[in-house]
Write a protein that binds this ligand. Sequence first.
Ligand SMILES: [Mg+2]
Length: 389
Amino acid sequence: MRITAIRDVVAPIKSDIANAWIDFSTMTVSVVAVVTDLVVDGRPVVGLGFNSNGRYAPQGLLRERFIPRLLAAAPEDIQGEDGLIDPHRAWAAMMKNEKPGGHGERSVAVGVLDMALWDALAKAKGVPLWRLLADRYRGGDADARAWVYAAGGYYYPGKGLDALKDEMRSYLDRGYSTVKMKVGLVPLEEDIARIEAVLSVLGGDGSRLCVDVNGRFTLEEAIRFGRAVAPYGLRWYEEPVDPLDCLAHAALATTYDGSLATGENLFSHQDARNLIRHGGLRPDRDILQFDPALSYGLVEYLRTLEVLRSHGWSPRRCVPHGGHQFALNIAVGLGLGGNESYPDVFAPFGGFADAVPVEDSRVAMPDVPGIGFEAKNALYAVMRPLERE
Ligand SMILES: [Mg+2]
């Protein structure tokens, strides 16, 4: 199995929404196709991938470094003993001549290609990626379904409390029982009114609501906000402070008894290790949201899970950011705690297979080879042109 071509394109996922840090008016993603000479069922195997939302398309990095390195690698150097592409060996080829540390956004470029390589490998074997992962790393055990929650509640020009409630109601109507909303962009009293509006839709049950600050608060603001929302018993309090400030997390964790969640902006197993070592997080309640598509892909995510295990953390504490099918395969195949979902934003990259509805906040995986992009029409329409010259 040899790589014969790698194609990439930049696609927009812009929208008018905003969180406490950024708006998404110019957001883009890279989409790649890794074309191989292996033919299965009369079709050449093509691995497809894209980067998750929140980081821009890394086209320069892809074209200048990572695609050329993958194409320059000797086929036998990136194959396993079965003659198929080995994502671990391909990862090493891509990262040749890259110094440690300072991960920047090269982790996004590598993540895009890593996703496509796993898609190609699973297609070469004729199995869904979740099945491949369960067989290889979990003795064949795959979860029947993954827990997912509806991430939304963005700030949007002119959006009042009624619109926020309507949005949350529509998630419940679509089978979600837990929802997430953005906080931290407006004064505390306004956010409390927004939270209480959403809680009124959830029957007052705070365990069905997550709030996300996107790293906006200072430690003092985070403590103040935590004290204000503690009585609601929220499902979790996400990215309260800067994602790289371990000491601030540790300090906050001494004053906030509920679940904290963070990790979507940590892009390597070393960053994850620092968080676990120094961030004061608690393996019995806190949630880790590393996004494999942004953080060097699944090869690196497996290292991150190993770091967690060695520090006494279960994979069930992981609920990746990103709302994409790649992380959903990983959640089901490797037994994570679930996955984010964006029912209304980041289309067509967010969301899961078309024919698989969310029921009771859980979603099953389709039984199609690879990651399953072909079972999601709107997304496959963007990817398909890359399959052919
Ligand atoms: Mg978040």
